[in-house]
Design a protein around this ligand. Sequence first.
Ligand code: NOJ
Length: 555
Amino acid sequence: MHDIRGGAWWRGAAIYELYVQSFADGDGDGIGDLAGVRARLPYIANLGIDAIWFSPWYPSPRSDAGYDVADYRSIDPAFGTLADADALIAEGHAYGIRTIIDIVPNHCSDQHRWFRSALAAPPGSAERARFWFRPGRGDGGDLPPNNWRSIFGGPAWTRTTAPGGTPGEWYLHLFAPEQPDFNWANPEVRAEFEDVLRFWFDRGADGIRIDSAALLTKDPRLPETGPGDPSPYSDRDDVHDIYRAWRAVADEYSGRVLIGEIWLADAARLARYLRPDELHTVFNFPYLCCPWDAVQLRAVIDSTLEFHAAAGAPATWVLSNHDVDRHVSRYGRADTSFGLDRRDHSQLVDLELGTRRARAAALLTMALPGSVYVYQGEELGLWEVEDIPDERRQDPIWHRTGGADPGRDGSRVPLPWAGLEPPFGFSPPDATAQPWLPQPKEWRELTVEIETGEPDSMLELYRRALEIRRAEPALGDGPGPGATASAMTWLPAPDGVLAFSRDGSPGDNVCCVANLSPGPVTLPAHTAVLLASGPLADGLLPPDTSVWLGIPAGP
Ligand code: NOJ
């Protein structure tokens, strides 16, 4: 097995986010599945990936695309069986690919057996104490217990109906009503999830991606919130107790990693999750959200490295995932920044510009110290599909905001593998159903088949970059233990240009230059051009282009 730094493989790994229902459909029902993944493992291995993070694969009514889990110890029948998952983990390991699974601990599905028994049990029961049930306010309890809003729009409380049809208590859901929040003050909830972790570690999972990791604990008083108030449910100090316990579980095994999905602007607060007895890494969302601007990117890179170095943890570098607009589209707009609360599909998208920048961003990102994520399809240069017909949209965000927020379906469209027409090889030729989200016909230019072996394709750029990144000791986490902070050095560069070196063993340094300025720039002294995101013009680096150079070792 390809082993990156032995037990700490995750420090410099290239991790592929595999969104199961949109990767490959093995049985022709229009929904991706584990058989589809198993058949395409050679593709992922050939891309140069060290680990796959699978989006939730559990039984689920799919009110939130699987982030509403009905059973944490099983596989959705639409995806396959537990035996398929076991086989997939083993086959991945045979290719040197590790498995990271997605655990959703803030909430479950309203079809989870615990929530069903809570609904059947009376107020004040032990069954209801695993969730947040409360009487309503006002006459007859008609008003929700407080003014909290769902992250998906609308109130964060839904009223239950008691047997006989009379209105009953309300329950809390920070996301959709079909996703009731667990009460993490309840020891049964804690014990249950520690058992779930062991269940998957015992089956060979190498890591856990922790969904909504900062939201688990709530202020038990459930206070009203007003502008400027500290959040009663995000990033509370007591959430860290949970991760200390989870780290102890992970440490019962070897080489297992805990990765937090934490959207926090405050780097100091984020760093607290990386304390030595908590999580190993967290997703770097400030980098993802940053506009295509040299000054702002440099500031995000510096602050990322600074707080990770202090924590002794490796940084992560992420350009896209299943919750955000694909970066080809983001970088092709007039406003290249991104925020979860301001998705804007009304802006014009220059796909040619966005693609050129996405190529440059890939080399910039893969040269930075730490681990890197690739969201399925970014290696093909897929863009955000902004014109999905309303009747085909699935995302609860779109539905709960009445379409004011376009939602996330456009980043989740099934992959194009081959051929000239949808489903582009996503489903087998004898498929009985269309892909669960429609694919644009223009993706005939972006199939794996078309891009394979085509030197200028996004796919070949990713393959080559990941290959060099794996082979060059200066790249990835860099040499030496905990080298994150010292492993890159900014080099003098004109305005709008990012240039830095990664220091390997003597004579083995790599330099990355990303030109975000409007004009071509000269390259620093180098011994070799290792890889460029676009053609150099008379030895100059054109705008929106990046290059990796071999450079002489410093004195
Ligand atoms: C974050 C996940 O990435 C997103 O897709 C999901 O809707 C929410 N957490 C709720 O589970």
